[in-house]
Every structure is written in C-alpha cells, then in structure tokens.
Unconditional design. Structure first.
Length: 262
C-alpha cells in the first residue's frame, strides 16, 4: 500500500474562532480565474454548470461515456491534480473530468461501509475523504486512483457543539483542518471546524478529528450547494471562505480574522 502522511497542523497554531467569521457582501470583487462548478439539471439530464464568481453562466459540462448515463445526485466538485472530482450518490462514486469537460472517467466506490456516502468529497493526506450525510461519525478514506476503501485511514469525527444533521459540503484547509456545512433540524444551516489530531499509539487509527468550534449560518437561506476556500478580495477585505446555496449568486464570502491559521 502507498505511504501516507500522518502530519497534522503545524505546531503552535491555535484553532480558529469560527464565531468571528463574518460575511462580506459589499464592494467590488477582485479574483482571478475563480470559477464555480455546481450541479444542475438540464433537459439532457444532470450536469455541471460553470459560473463566474458573480454568477455569470459560462457553460455546461455533461457526463460522457464511460460515466454512467444513470448517474445522479451530483455533489459540489473538488480540484484534484488538474481534474474535478464530482461526488455521486447514486450509484456511489466519483465522476472525474478536466475543467474543460475532457478526459472523463467514472470511478465506482468499491466498498461502502455505511449508507449516504459521496454527497461531498475532499482531498487530504493523499487520500479522498467523504462521510455519511446524516449525523456523520467517521470520515471514510478512499484511494483516489481506485476508489477502494482504506479503513485504517478512516478518521473518527468528534462531537460538534451544534448538531450536524444533514451534511451539504466539506473542504480541507491548508493547515489540515476540515470545514463542514450542514442543514440543521430547525432549517438553519451550520458551519463546523475540525482539527486533525494524532491518536495515541494504541488507537486503531492514526488520526481523529476534534471539533474546535461551530456557528449557525442564519445569513444563508436555501440549501447549501458548495463550500470552498478561494483567494478573493471584496473591496479591501480578504474573504477566503465561500459558501453557495440554492438562493443563487453571489457566493456568501466570509472574512477570517487570521486567514493564515485556516
């Protein structure tokens, strides 16, 4: 099996305080080559819509053979070595393609240890991770080339101070933290931050994820459809965390007081 790193956050980094993250929605947007790829429905079936940061529609990307014609339930894609990895819930797997729609491939998940996987995915430690949609307890690790489940590299997900009842997106940060967004039982969306920490030697897995904070997202209406970290300036404010919802564009962009600590 390939060697994977167990390195977590660099020493000396305090957990970010997500309660201090504030939305920035005024001022001109300065960002280069930022494009959102979001699931959409068309007369020809499910596809990805490409949008500029302000929401301008740039085109559609359609699944092509060998991607299954019946594949549905697309999640927000993540970038992986020059490709987009699009999580698919039915049947579970990854639709992989270049941002221009070429070089498509279909990677079916070979083992599913629980239901509700592949509504989101993220790249970390050289692996691809996902979790169950409802009340997740574990991040499931997959080989990004074969999509074989690697149970030894699963990451136990610690409790959050706010319930994560319906996961709608996730992203790993540069300092190997995990941000998850979820719908709550009262219809209010939630953002939670987890730190990857090393387990004791006697533990069955090398890593676990410890929640360092969570906050409600009353400013975001509609179902969340995407979560990303992008280098975007709005006016003179740097806003690296972005959340999209079915309410449309622009994205909900958040200022982070100490972005180097993400």
């Amino acid at each position: 099996m390939a060697e994977y790193s167990t390195e977590t956050q660099p020493p000396g980094l305090a957990p970010p305080d997500v309660s201090d993250w504030t939305e920035v929605r005024t001022g001109s947007v300065c960002c280069e080559h930022v494009c959102w790829y979001l699931p959409t429905s068309t007369a020809g079936g499910p596809a990805l819509g490409a949008h500029a940061h302000d929401g301008e529609h740039l085109g559609l990307l359609h699944p092509a053979p060998p991607v299954l014609a019946t594949a549905g339930g697309f999640g927000a894609p993540v970038s992986h070595r020059g490709h987009l990895d699009v999580p698919v819930t039915g049947p579970a797997g990854i639709w992989r393609l270049r941002p221009d729609g070429t070089d498509q491939s279909w990677l079916p998940a070979k083992e599913l240890p629980e239901e509700g996987l592949f509504t989101w995915c993220g790249n970390q430690l050289g692996l691809l991770y996902t979790s169950a949609t409802h009340h997740p307890r574990t991040l499931r690790a997959y080989d990004p080339t074969t999509l074989s489940h690697l149970p030894y590299w699963d990451i136990d997900l610690g409790p959050s101070p706010l319930p994560l009842t319906d996961i709608r997106g996730g992203v790993f940060t540069p300092n190997r933290r995990l941000l998850l967004v979820a719908g709550g039982p009262e219809g209010v969306n939630t953002l939670a931050c987890f730190d990857l920490v090393q387990n004791p030697r006697h533990h069955r897995r090398p890593l676990s994820a410890r929640c360092s904070g969570a906050r409600l997202l009353p400013e975001i209406t509609g179902e969340i459809t995407g979560l990303a970290i992008r280098p975007v300036w709005i006016g003179d404010t740097y806003a690296p965390v972005h959340i999209l919802s079915t309410a449309g564009f622009p994205a909900h962009s958040f200022r982070v007081p100490d972005p180097d600590n993400l």
